[in-house]
Design a protein around this ligand. Sequence first.
Ligand code: ZN
Length: 313
Amino acid sequence: MRILLRRQSGQQFYHETLDFSRCYLKRFRGKTQRAIVGRLPLTILLLLFWCAAQPRLYLTPAAQQIKQQVWNSQSLVHDYFMKGTKYQTPILRFAGPNPGPAVLILAGTHGNEPAGFEAAYRLIQQLANMELKAGEIFIVPEVNRLADSLNERRVSVPKGIPIEKGNLNRCYPGHPDGLPMERLAYQITQFIEAHHIGLLLDLHESPKFHLEYRDDKGNYHGLGQTLIYTPNEAATYLAMITADEMNETITDQLKRFSLVEQPIAGSAAWCAGTQFGIPAFTVETCKQLSLEERVDYQLRIVKIMLRESGIIE
Ligand SMILES: [Zn+2]
């Protein structure tokens, strides 16, 4: 058609070709637009489904890999908390050749404080490749597993119930027939008693540096970079040794660790310290620091306490 038209008057050819092109372009644009606009909701919907189907990355790839190796390990998993429920979470156990104190390390009590569970998984990997001196270590890397996977501080509670009933660290000593977090706290309290736990470490994080915020009355507010404990003799000694050793290596004043007495009522450290009289700590790093730095602080604190308790070299 184009060749034929070219033999005719240039003007007519030009005119007709132009019309044809416009017409074709119009049809093409119309089709494409309709195709894109028409399928847009479907495309968005598919994208949303795809995103929802992706596993949530609340752990670093390194921690995720360790989790895959140990989560179902028959030699390491000692038992579970909340067995048979959606809150079920493994308790891992490492034991030395000689009798000694039993330590319970909880991480992921609050799901939006990731340095704790990152540190727990790295500790698990390190312990799997070394020999303990004595005693035993129980580690629960994701104690509030559901909140951890959602990066949430608490789990939700039924309407009309105070939200703090979904905060594991306000539910101790717990209740055998209560809401899920009360039952979980109860099982942990029972575990502390049954296994004669002699040291409890609960790994947390806080948004503000303890040494940065102080009100007119001289009260500190942030809890980042603190060790919080019930002041019995063993706890005070361990707290001082640990803070001293940590602070020797920390030059930035703000990042130094402070000792804070009296964990909040309802917390694991409060319950273990008051009910069982054992050294029990809420270990708090500051979320303003990089994850690597926070994990490093958590790991070093845990290791100093394990060493001072005679469990590792
Ligand atoms: Zn916390």
